[in-house]
Design a protein around this ligand. Structure first.
Ligand SMILES: Nc1ncnc2c1ncn2[C@@H]1O[C@H](COP(=O)(O)OP(=O)(O)O)[C@@H](O)[C@H]1O
Ligand SMILES: [Mg+2]
Length: 200
């Protein structure tokens, strides 16, 4: 059994929060949603009104999460920038991936504006969460799991198998949508991004 915390990353809509809640039931670890935890404790630098989001004080957030893990024991730490948490707190980081076509539908259901959806679809297409986690923590801490068309229970089992070492593990980047999507899907996704992504 792992004694360090599990990091859960992935772009919004990949299913992190749902999976974290289920893993928390199965493992007994407390869930820390980084953005929620940061806002609740005021680890915030400013509010970006154009993006309708807080700019997080990553240093203070990172220290507070480390202290919480030291006092409470292993956590499930959730956020698309989970790599701000010091590596010695983490057992590993699971990056949830989801087919951009499916992700587009989920984000549309959230009622987000097209630009925000396009930014996140692009991030998923390119595997940005994985790249960022590897850059900060190293490849041997990062494992991608494809959540596409998987029920929550199956997904939770997959992750438990990884944590308990019961499945071969492929570290680092292993999912490439540019390769996996067929021509029509790729063209749909690329034209959505092109149409809705405003260059700053
Ligand atoms: N395994 C799954 N299969 C299908 N839908 C899911 C699954 N996990 C989550 N969802 C749904 O997808 C949406 C995004 O899930 P959520 O857990 O909020 O993702 P995140 O925390 O990464 O933004 C929610 O509407 C949720 O009900
Ligand atoms: Mg969430």
């Amino acid at each position: 059994m792992c004694v360090r915390s599990i990091g859960l990353s992935g772009v919004p809509g990949t299913g992190k929060s749902a999976l974290a809640a289920r893993l928390s039931e199965l493992l007994g670890f407390t869930v820390v949603e980084l953005s929620e935890f940061a806002v609740r404790n005021n680890y915030v630098i400013a509010y970006d009104s154009s993006r309708k989001s807080f700019i997080i004080d990553e240093d203070r957030l990172s220290k507070a999460v480390k202290e919480l893990a030291n006092s409470q024991g292993p956590l499930i730490i959730v956020g698309h920038y989970v790599e701000i948490v010091p590596g010695d707190v983490l057992e590993l980081v699971i990056v949830l991936r989801r087919n951009p076509i499916e992700l587009l539908h989920i984000l549309e259901q959230r009622g987000w504006d097209n630009r925000k959806i396009a930014e996140n679809i692009e991030a998923e297409l390119l595997g940005v969460c994985t790249i960022n986690a590897i850059e900060e923590l190293g490849e041997d801490m990062v494992i991608e799991v494809d959540a596409t068309a998987k029920k929550l229970e199956g997904l939770a089992t997959d992750v438990l198998d990884i944590i308990f070492g019961e499945k071969p593990i492929y570290y680092g980047s292993s999912i490439d949508w540019l390769e996996k999507l067929d021509k029509e899907q790729l063209s749909h996704i690329l034209s959505y991004i092109e149409k809705n992504l405003i260059q700053d």
